[in-house]
Design a protein around this ligand. Structure first.
Ligand code: CAA
Length: 262
């Protein structure tokens, strides 16, 4: 079990074998991502990355709200010199580089940095109350944690422009149609569905899962040829793992495999 006493803005639990749940927990501020809140999420992800027992992580805000973006109270005080130090950018880098499967369970608002942190996740499960948006333009700024790039690549130019330029939100069904969310479920089921998916992934061979995640993400910033090359090398590495031998042996012996992450 993780030590959760160090956190004030998140809850951390291991609700199923090999599955960690990180719950954003600043309900009064609609889970606005203050520096401390984001840093705690990143610290929890770092611990999850280090812990061999953890094979998949669910990030959620619970049943009511995912996250309403950067904390505007803090942002009001931020100046250029502080921003240029890059502390927040490095925190986002910590989310981006998380190497294990990360599933977002989104209910209610996922706005600004909230939408961006959902898009940092590998899979988004939306509750039927989910609302995704990049409303930064309403407060005189623009997305700054990957929103313009990830949204355009995921939902296409026109919808991305509508969300980023007009600040309009989309609901769960629109997010599903646009490919931002992979499933829409009743809001009270979103966390449970994400946990079940995480549990399914957690039963797979961890090294294969890790390399497969990396390979899919490479498709965002590599040419097809380089991506295929990466895939081939990753595939070749997996042929040398004990889990591959176990997986094939279990199939041939008609039994369930037990993967060790070796
Ligand atoms: N930062 C700080 N506090 C926030 C917040 C935020 N982003 N969003 C909501 N809150 C606070 C409100 O100030 C309010 O606090 P009080 O009760 O103390 O007044 C509380 O949460 C509840 O909010 P509302 O009363 O506004 O609730 P609502 O249901 O009427 O509206 C909302 C909900 C549409 C999400 C609205 O709160 C809102 O528009 N929030 C701001 C969303 C936003 O602009 N996000 C982008 C921020 S910039 C960013 O994200 C950039 C980045 O990371 C790179």
């Amino acid at each position: 079990m993780p030590d959760t006493t160090a956190y004030t803005d998140i809850l951390v639990a291991d609700p199923a074998p090999h599955v960690r749940q990180i719950t954003m927990n600043r309900p009064k501020q609609l889970n606005a991502l203050s520096a401390n809140h984001l840093n705690e999420i990143v610290a929890a992800l770092e611990l999850a990355a280090e812990d061999d027992e953890v094979r998949a992580v669910v990030l959620t805000g619970g049943e009511k709200v995912f996250a309403a973006g950067a904390d505007l109270t803090e942002m009001a005080k931020r100046d250029i010199a502080t921003t240029l130090k890059g502390t927040r950018d490095r925190a986002w880098e910590g989310v981006r580089k998380f190497p294990k499967p990360l599933i977002a369970a989104v209910n209610g608002y996922a706005l600004g940095g909230g939408c961006e942190i959902a898009m940092h996740c590998d899979i988004i499960i939306a509750g039927d109350t989910a609302k995704f948006g990049q409303p930064e333009v309403n407060v005189g700024i623009m997305p700054g944690a990957g929103g313009t790039q990830r949204l355009a690549r995921t939902v296409g130019k026109s919808l991305a422009m509508k969300m980023v330029l007009a600040g309009e939100m989309i609901d769960a069904e629109s997010a599903l149609r646009a490919g931002l969310a992979v499933e829409v479920v009743p809001h009270e089921m979103a966390v449970e569905r994400a946990l079940r998916l995480a549990a399914t992934i957690a039963q797979k061979p961890p090294i294969a899962v890790r390399l497969a995640k990396e390979a899919v993400l490479k498709s965002y910033d590599m040419t097809l040829e380089n991506g295929l090359d990466f895939e081939r090398r990753a595939f070749t590495i997996l042929l040398a793992t004990a889990d591959m031998k176990e997986g094939v042996a279990a199939f041939l012996e008609k039994r369930k495999p037990t993967f060790q992450g070796r």
